[in-house]
Design a protein around this ligand. Structure first.
Ligand code: SF4
Length: 198
């Protein structure tokens, strides 16, 4: 069997025709960021801007996510960001369970390569696919679960925060909880070295 490498991952995503989502896209959006990051953020799927640029979370929701990370002193380039599906669903609809399942092979390979200590699940599609198919994000956001040594927390997708500002205080609580978890696990010691973050 071929060794699992980033080169193999990129090649497999680019060539992938495992579900119909690849039929109407401009670019595959595998994900990007620090491949040595202890923190991985996983959203739902690429939107229009992401499809045009081939990069994850670069539209309005992505810009909000960048500001949210900066609010806990985390530069965006220090984390790894990707989605459950690597091709844009038409009209930004939610990926079907079959599409998410087809794309799981890529997400698994990605997670294996990064070996994150903490995963933040952005929105219910990511939370349902990676944590619990029955999860209700409004009720269970902000709760930590440990699986095989990896801490996972679901929170709102930033696009939900753009649609409904009233969710922002809860999202901020989740970001503070994320920072506390990163400090507890002594991750990003250069950023959180003094116990408070700079
Ligand atoms: S969404 Fe994923 S499984 Fe479907 S074609 Fe794109 S890369 Fe392949």
């Amino acid at each position: 069997m071929e060794e699992i490498t980033w080169e193999l991952f990129e090649r497999q995503v680019e060539a992938c025709r495992l579900c119909p989502l690849c039929q109407q896209i401009r670019h595959k959006v595998p994900g990007q960021g620090d491949r040595n990051s202890p923190l991985m953020l996983i959203g739902e799927g690429p939107g229009q801007t992401e499809d045009e640029e081939g990069l994850a979370f670069v539209g309005a929701a992505g810009q909000l996510l960048t500001r949210m990370l900066e609010a806990i002193q985390l530069p965006r380039e220090r984390v790894y960001i990707c989605n459950v599906v690597k091709c844009r669903p038409p009209h930004n609809r939610v990926p079907t369970p079959e599409e998410a399942e087809a794309c799981r092979i890529h997400l698994r390979m990605q997670t294996w390569l990064i070996r994150p200590k903490v995963i933040v699940l952005l929105g219910s599609t990511a939370a349902k696919n990676l944590l619990n198919p029955e999860i209700r994000i409004t009720r269970e956001r902000g709760r930590w679960t440990e699986r095989k040594g990896v801490w996972m927390m679901p929170t709102y997708h930033p696009s939900a925060l753009l649609r409904d500002e009233s969710k922002k205080p809860e999202a901020w609580e989740d970001m503070k909880s994320l920072k506390a978890k990163l400090m507890e696990l002594r991750l990003y010691p250069d950023i959180y070295a003094n116990g408070e973050g700079s």
